[in-house]
Design a binder for this molecule. Structure first.
Ligand SMILES: Nc1ncnc2c1ncn2[C@@H]1O[C@H](COP(=O)(O)OP(=O)(O)OP(=O)(O)O)[C@@H](O)[C@H]1O
Length: 342
């Protein structure tokens, strides 16, 4: 069993569980409505428009080889001064892999208005997974609260590829301004399922660049079923990348047409790539011009099922740098998108 401690950082030295929200109440003006196109992070019900909102920052102190933890400490005074008038601020430091998932689920159940990942793509990936349980959104268990929980991000990782897709820099002060403005937009998520009922809905990925590559960079044939159509054989597949965001691997623009605000994702298939292709064509992979190569295919998809022709189950899948298991796997758009503070 995992224990959660939210450290309230808006007032010095207090440790706080949101199970006692009365300690948080205060009257403050709302963040201004900056956009008519996108919803603004309000958090409260219409009957309590000036409710103080709870922000839970999920910080991976080990992100970027420990830089995230150090930067976070330096950032806290500014974060407090910028946000504490309007928000109740809690921090929770992760103790190891997957902890961010548990913290996020607990925060949502406790009625947090936003959970903000502080770290890199791996941390964001875990926080997004915390928004779901068994393929369904985690529900806020506070009877009086009608708001849903928004997702936020302070990109402080090594690659921070999801932030890159949104055009954001690894600049925490900019991120705090975004949180202060509170404009939200929907981002689509991918869900991955195994082809067995018992494995249904293994994970929901956030940035959703999935690299499916053979361990040794040898090319293998694969069966693909795209958008519910016929199964097709693709020979000599070296890598198959699925993205709702453009980048992976620290700036490689692998799925250049992907857009997390759209309703679909992009699949890019590299066939018969030799090790030297990854050197000679690396610049194309980084600037997104690899789609013009003859052995690269790109498709706009809603669902895709991928199976290893050999059936050996040895082709591994990774998402946002995390190892997710092996083929076969089906990926589709998750119907419930997340509202992200943009
Ligand atoms: N306390 C911890 N100790 C060790 N590892 C942790 C801890 N908390 C989280 N992690 C793991 O650290 C991994 C990497 O973190 P994160 O993505 O924040 O940084 P990064 O890898 O430097 O950035 P990027 O993914 O953008 O390149 C996460 O997948 C997470 O599982």
């Amino acid at each position: 069993m995992v224990c959660y401690y939210y450290h309230m950082v808006a007032s010095v030295g207090a440790r706080f569980s949101m199970a006692n929200p009365s300690a948080l109440r205060a009257e403050h003006s709302m963040a201004p409505d900056l956009s008519s196109d996108h919803s603004v992070f309000r958090g409260g019900s219409s009957s309590s428009p000036i409710r103080r909102r709870d922000l839970v920052f999920v910080v991976n102190p080990r992100g970027a080889d420990g830089r995230t933890g150090k930067e976070w400490k330096k950032l806290l005074p500014y974060l407090r001064s910028r946000l504490a008038n309007d928000y109740s601020i809690f921090e929770s430091l992760t103790s190891g892999p997957s902890h961010a998932i548990d913290i996020t689920r607990e925060a949502i159940r406790e009625g947090a208005d936003a959970v903000i990942a502080v770290g890199g793509d791996g941390t964001l990936h875990e926080v997004v997974n915390g928004f779901f349980w068994d393929g369904k959104p985690v529900a806020n268990q506070k009877i009086e609260a009608v708001h849903s929980t928004a997702l936020g991000l302070i990109p402080l990782g090594t690659g921070s590829d999801f932030a890159r897709t949104l055009g954001w820099k690894n600049d925490p002060c900019e991120a705090i301004e975004r949180i202060a403005r509170g404009v939200q937009r929907q981002v689509i998520m991918l869900q991955g399922t195994r082809n067995l009922a018992t494995y249904a809905m293994l994970l929901v990925h956030c940035k959703l660049l999935l690299g499916i590559i053979t361990r040794t960079l040898e090319s293998r044939s694969a069966f693909l079923e795209v958008n519910g159509g016929e199964w097709q054989k693709y020979s000599q597949v070296t890598a198959l990348c699925i993205g709702n965001a453009k980048y992976f691997g620290g700036g490689m623009k692998i799925t250049p047409n992907a857009d997390p605000h759209s309703g679909s994702f992009e699949v890019v298939i590299l066939q018969d790539f030799k090790w030297y292709d990854f050197i000679l064509k690396l610049h194309k992979l980084y600037n997104g011009t690899h789609l013009s190569l003859k052995n690269v295919t790109s498709r706009n998809v809603y669902t895709i099922e991928v199976d290893d022709i050999s059936g050996g189950g040895s082709i591994f899948i990774q998402s946002d740098g995390e190892h997710l298991g092996f083929l076969p796997r089906k990926f589709s758009i998750l119907p419930a998108a997340i509202e992200m503070i943009c």
